[in-house]
Design a protein around this ligand. Structure first.
Ligand code: OGA
Ligand code: MN
Length: 294
């Protein structure tokens, strides 16, 4: 079997690659690992179909590409978790496999995924790649959308590029949930998720391309009055998520979608909350802060 990677849409040859001829449940060859990294640099998002992975296989696959981060951004207490700390639980289920009640705080917190974001930008050392495996998906709805933040950066006016170049944003899950009116945090969670600093423009270490590093977690710009910062961030988000920069993934069971959080944002779309949606995410750490990436 030899790995084949081509653009999902020939009209956008540098965003969203579709991969075939690879079985992620087996140990990858060095050539396969290099092909995946090179394709991630080129496309920013890769789609693999028919990958029947269990949690252990998903973890082993991910570790072949880099160092895993732990699911410390989840609100679920360790005793309530359905799965281990090496995976983020992207589902609407409790640990007994029952649907979370509509007003459950874990479900309401999880609705934050419906806002455009980049994973773990609220951690000092944020995420590099995310790998999301679809185990059970609803009959309709629940797409995941991706926005190309390199293309969004390139399309800015020159004056705006100069203005954003050295700005530092403050990111916290308290901000992103605040947008949805969720403020049911314990003192411990508030302390754990205190704002962290991230560059607004970052350079990809391999390709050298610049991208806008935005997320709903960004709730301020260092040195700026709050309302001015938030209105500017809102404008930038609006710019960056115009349809020409966005791809909507319609899930099939056993798809694995992998994205580079340094160059993309993503969001979940609505679905019927009485249907099960069970996806699991492994995440590679970026190992350094975005502050080091210009
Ligand atoms: C994630 C995420 C979106 C979705 O897994 O990080 O934001 O559609 N998921 O579930
Ligand atoms: Mn996410």
């Amino acid at each position: 079997m030899s790995v084949d990677i081509h653009p999902i849409d020939p009209a956008s040859p540098t965003f969203i690659g579709e991969v075939s001829g690879i079985d992620l449940s087996r140990k990858l060859t060095d050539q396969e690992v290099s092909a995946i990294h090179a394709a991630m640099d080129h496309f920013g998002v890769l789609i693999f179909h028919d990958q029947h992975l269990d949690d252990e296989q998903q973890i082993s696959f991910s570790r072949q590409l880099g160092m895993l981060e732990e699911a410390t951004g989840d609100i679920m207490s360790v005793k309530d978790r359905r799965i281990g700390m090496a995976l983020n639980d992207i589902s609407n289920l409790d640990k007994n496999g029952e649907l979370l009640p509509r007003d459950d705080r874990r479900r309401l917190f999880g609705l934050g995924n419906m806002l455009w974001h980049s994973d773990s930008s609220f951690k000092e050392v944020p995420a590099k790649y995310s790998m999301l495996s679809a185990r059970k998906i609803p009959a309709t709805g629940g797409n995941t959308e991706f926005a190309d933040m390199r293309a969004a950066y390139d399309a800015l006016e020159d004056e705006t590029k100069a203005e954003v170049h050295d700005l530092i944003c403050l990111h916290s899950q308290i901000y992103s949930r605040g947008v949805l009116g969720f403020d049911d945090f314990t003192d411990e969670e508030r302390a754990k998720w205190a704002p962290v600093r991230q560059r607004l423009v970052r350079r990809h270490p391999t390709t050298g391309r610049l991208s806008l590093y935005l997320a709903s977690h960004a709730g301020g710009i260092e040195g700026w009055p709050m309302p001015e910062a938030r209105s500017f961030l809102r404008d930038l988000n609006e710019h960056a998520t115009q349809r020409q920069f966005v791809y909507a993934h319609v899930w099939r069971p056993w798809d694995l979608v992998m994205w580079d959080n340094r160059v993309t944002m993503h969001r979940a779309r609505r679905y019927d909350p009485t249907e099960v949606r069970d996806l699991r995410r492994t995440t590679l750490t970026n190992e350094v802060s975005s502050l080091a990436q210009i």
